[in-house]
Design a protein around this ligand. Structure first.
Ligand code: TYD
Length: 221
């Protein structure tokens, strides 16, 4: 391979034109709703985006969803930590890097902060962090902070199927986990904590404005 080829390859890997946005929070915090709203708003600005989620819809993510909905005998936080990290590595290669290289805004409903908060409240958080060390950091993460009792009421109103981490006690522990994660993230991590009790419209407007600012675009309206 010539030096010119070398350069072309390394710039394809490092010179990503897109923007990587993550939404995080306990179950019922509203990450799915806000991720969708952000994707719709960016489309109105003719900004190309790739809306995605973890666990993914790829093979490892599908297995995780089966485990979370009780289709298999329960497993432990160690195994879940490994599977979520594997799903994430696959997600990066299959979806996130290609979309960023195509100049898109990637919006992921959950990312490694979920592993640190959920698995990290049952397993050694430092080990979970090591497993995720090679995962590219998001350019900005919006953490929707919601009281666990409020989130539980929202989950009930949604009438969704019961999942592994749904009990209020687990969500209290995970909420505490997120607090610790947000406090101890590296100073290079760009994380914006938002009050998730605000109206959907107020939150979406804040998230949109903040994302447009990263893109050097003005919020119209
Ligand atoms: P969720 O995002 O609520 O999606 P849905 O409502 O479509 O099922 O469910 C994913 C669950 O997986 C949620 O309880 C958080 C959990 N999770 C982890 O425990 N670790 C992780 O690394 C990720 C990405 C998710």
């Amino acid at each position: 391979m010539s030096h010119a080829d070398d350069r072309a390859e390394s710039s394809a890997l490092t010179n990503q034109q897109g923007l990587f946005i993550v939404l995080e929070g306990i179950d019922g915090a509203g990450t799915t709703t806000q991720a969708k709203r952000l994707a719709n708003s960016l489309a109105e600005y003719s900004i190309g985006c790739h809306l995605t989620r973890e666990p993914t819809d790829n093979p490892i993510g599908k297995l995780l969803r089966e485990i979370l909905t009780g289709a298999h005998r329960p497993t432990d936080a160690t195994t879940l930590g490994l599977l979520f990290a594997a799903d994430r590595a696959d997600h990066l290669q299959r979806e996130i890097f290609p979309a960023l290289q195509a100049g898109k805004v990637v919006i992921s409903d959950r990312y490694y902060h979920s592993s640190l908060a959920y698995q990290g409240s049952e397993e050694d958080r430092e080990w979970i962090s090591q497993l995720n060390k090679r995962a590219r950091s998001p350019d900005r993460t919006f953490f929707l902070k919601v009281d666990p009792e409020v989130a539980a009421t929202r989950r009930k109103a949604d009438d969704r199927d019961e999942e592994l981490f749904d009990s209020v006690n687990t969500q209290l522990r995970v909420a505490q986990g997120y607090e610790e994660v947000v406090r101890s993230l590296s100073p290079d991590e760009d994380i914006v904590v938002l009050d998730g009790h605000q109206s959907l419209d107020t939150l979406s407007a804040d998230i949109l404005r903040s994302t447009l600012a990263l893109l050097g675009r003005e919020h119209e309206g």
